[in-house]
Ligand binder design. Structure first.
Ligand SMILES: [Zn+2]
Length: 119
């Protein structure tokens, strides 16, 4: 059986809040490096900034996924595979609450990512 919607919504919201905290921390970390002391500091700083920027991008994507999942809860399509329409395994949803593909379809896409990208 599918988990009760309020439980799913709660879990997604909790995930979203954690993401927001992490994103805010990342954004703050970037601002600490305004005046590099020397050239080595500057190099370290630019590397750290790049990592931080990448993290923020990844988190932004995750945030979009979580929001999409919340939308699907509202539309009543949460937990259904985007590709084959079958119900996504509950264990998978526990691990990845914003999953939109069942394990089989996910594997298929990973096996042939280029083919999917062309569509
Ligand atoms: Zn599927």
């Amino acid at each position: 059986m599918q988990a009760a919607q309020p439980v799913v919504e709660e879990r997604l919201l909790a995930r979203l809040e954690r993401l927001d905290t992490t994103i805010a921390r990342q954004a703050g970390a970037g601002r600490e490096y305004d005046r590099p002391a020397d050239i080595l500091d500057a190099a370290t700083e630019s590397t750290e900034r790049a990592v931080s920027f990448e993290m923020t991008c990844v988190l932004g994507h995750l945030r979009a996924h979580v929001n999409r999942a919340r939308m699907r809860v509202k539309q009543g399509t949460y937990g259904l595979c985007d590709d084959c329409g079958r119900r996504i395994d509950q264990a998978r949803l526990e691990a990845v609450p914003f999953a939109v593909l069942c394990v089989d379809c996910k594997r298929l896409r990973e096996a042939e990512p280029a083919a999917w990208r062309r569509q």
